[in-house]
Each structure stands twice: as C-alpha cells, then as structure tokens.
Write a protein that binds this ligand. Sequence first.
Ligand code: ZN
Length: 435
Amino acid sequence: MKIARRSLVALGALVLLFGAPSVHAQSPAKRATVIKAARMFDGVSASLIPNAVVIVEGNRIAQAGSGLPIPPTAEVIDLGDATILPGFIDCHVHLTIELSGDWPNQALRQTSADAAIKATRYAQRTLEAGFTTVRDVGGGDFVDVALARAIDAGTIPGPRMFPSGHGIGITGGHGDENGFRPGLLDHGIREGIANGADEVRASIRYQVKYGAKSIKVIATGGVLSEGDEIGAQQMTDDELRAAVDEAHKLGRKIAAHAHGTSGIKAAARAGVDSVEHSSFLDDEAVALLVAKGTFVVPTLLAGYTVEAGAKDGTLPLFAREKALDAAANMRRSFRKAVDGKVRIAFGTDSGVSAHGGNAREFGLMVKNGMSPAGALFAATREAAALLGNGDIGAISAGKLADIVAVPGDPLVDITVTERVTFVMKDGLVVRGAGR
Ligand SMILES: [Zn+2]
C-alpha cells in the first residue's frame, strides 16, 4: 500500500512538472484521410462503384461513394487504376501453427514461446496480404490469445483476431494428439479434450476464462490426425448441443469442424454458427444448413494443399488416403453448397498452407463454381455476419476503416486479390502509400 501511495505522489509531481497529459495534444484536429481509386467493391452492392472516394476520420469511415467532394485539408492517397475493398476476413486460420518438416512430433519438441515467436511473423504476413480480421480456430497453450493481445496493444502488427483457445473434442479425436505412448500427451478439459456434456461445458468455460472470443468444436474425424476416420462423427449429438448452449450462453459464436455427413448434420441440428470444411454434403445436409441458416466455411485451399502433400509424399502415411478423399469431396460439396444457396463465409485453414497466401482461396472458390462477387462477399459481408461484428465487412459510413486495394478489376480476374497493394487497418496504413 505504501509503495502504491508513493507512486501516486511521484506521478502527481511529474504532472506538475510536465503538465497533465492532454487528449488534444495526442490527436491534433482530426485531419481526414481520403483514399481514391478507379473502382470500389463496398461489400454492400454486387457491382463495382466507379470513381471511388473513401473519407476516413480517425479509425472510422466517415463517408464513401462515387466522386465525393474532397475536404480541402485532407491527406489524399490516390491509388489510381485499382479497386478498393473492405479489409478481407478469414474465418478459419491457425496463426500459431505452420506445418513444415517433422510437424507430427512438434508437440514434443516445441515450446509455447517457439510458437509465439513464429506466430508474430505469420500474423504480419496475413495482415500484409490484406486480411485485416481473422478467426483463429485453435492452436495451443493460449498462444493465439496472447498474440491477439499483442496485436490489439499495437506491440506487433497483425490482423484483428477472434481467438478460440483450444478447440474442443473427444479423447483420441481430431483435436487430440494421438499415436504417442499412454501418459505422454494425455490431455483434459484445459487442453480442450472433453467427454460428456458436462466436460464439454467445463472446457468451454475454461477457454473463455483465458480469453477465447469464439469457440471451436471438433464434430468429426480429420485429415491431419492419426488413427481417426475422417467420416466418423466424434462428438455426440448431446455433447454438440451442450457446446452450442454453453458457447451462446457466454456470448460466443461456435464453429464446428466437420467432414463426415452425420457430423455435419448433427452440428447443424445442434445450432452451431458455422460448419468448417463440410467435405461430405448430401441433399439433406444442404437443406438442413439452409433451414438453420448455418454458415459453411469451405477451406478449399487446405484441401488442395493436403492433396498435393498426399501426391508428392510429404504428408505422413496416416493422412494420405484421408487427404485425397477429403479434397475431392470438399470441392464437390462446395459446388453443392453454392448451388443450394447455403451461406458461405471465407476460410482457408492457413497454417495447413503458408500464412499470407490466404487470398488463393478466392480463385479456388471461383474455379469451383462461385461468382467473383460471391467470393468477395464471403470474405467481407458474410464473414462479418458469421463473426457477429457489425463494425467490419463493408466500406460505408461508421464502419471501422479496414480497407485494402488490388490492381485492376477483381470481378474480371479474381486472382488480383493475391496482389494486394494497399492495406489500412483501423485507420492506419500498414501497406502501400509509401509504407
Ligand atoms: Zn483448421
């Protein structure tokens, strides 16, 4: 107590010496920044707006439209023959992981500090690629939460994050670490391994206690996990219902990893907000997803990445057959979801593929049957709706100033999204315009 009081006295003396900190001194007369470009996709209209002008004040968009008058004192960033878009949103990344080398044994060799140091680079690459917001669907040891904190504090550059802590799944399931000797990596609810509705609830509470802003559950087997069947449902209907109830009760959206058909249906029936991967859809599953308003987050890029790894032999044996099966069916199911008018939000599973390559998903979505505007909406308006965040996903008055630009016209050639030339996040330029 004594020390605290003395510090307060010392602080008082400093204020006397240097004057009280003034808010106005920190932010001199709000000078607007104007971003101009030949075209704009605003995340609201499916057609491009010509002669785009966006007026940014502080960290918000004040006005946006075609040929708006430019305030005389504004700083003008003229991007020329480019298209301005809302900052991209990726609803499925793992910023604390990037598969390489001997990744199946990383759990034994890598510390959380190792993961955190590498994650700072992955976060920066992701942001510079135009992804100003991501939902991180699980890493380990709450490194994702620490990363999000460091980004929010301005300590390191990176996208706005929705971390999940540990994904939650059953013992021996896709979310567990399998194939080691008993006792070596026996996880419990703190690490997201839960059996029965009560443990699922306890595990969610623990993730939320330590900073999870979204919840991820593992409804079925997966590709990159040893010894499980990709098509098999892993969490029971009862566990999934408990997970949805608990997550929503605590004000969190919930994503379910699901490849197999019965797991997709069980997750949708339980009321999850999104089904991730969604590789084996049938007609009934499509109808159910539409009726419930459940989003699908397709992760086609991960499908192509593991398929390539299965073919060139870099993927471990246990995953190869599963990878080929999942990838082919994921593309078929994506087409089925598009045709069936399922709501689709953009997600890449980056971490399986290299961070910063997220925009390749746009090209894959279009190649597999989505319109270019549909793909752009998936990464803006639809992703924002899935995250339940009304501040992002569009360029319109009042939204956060998360703005990117690509050369040319993305409705003509969607792959220009892979060549982002300008990135503004929260009103600050992080790429382009001299940065
Ligand atoms: Zn994933």
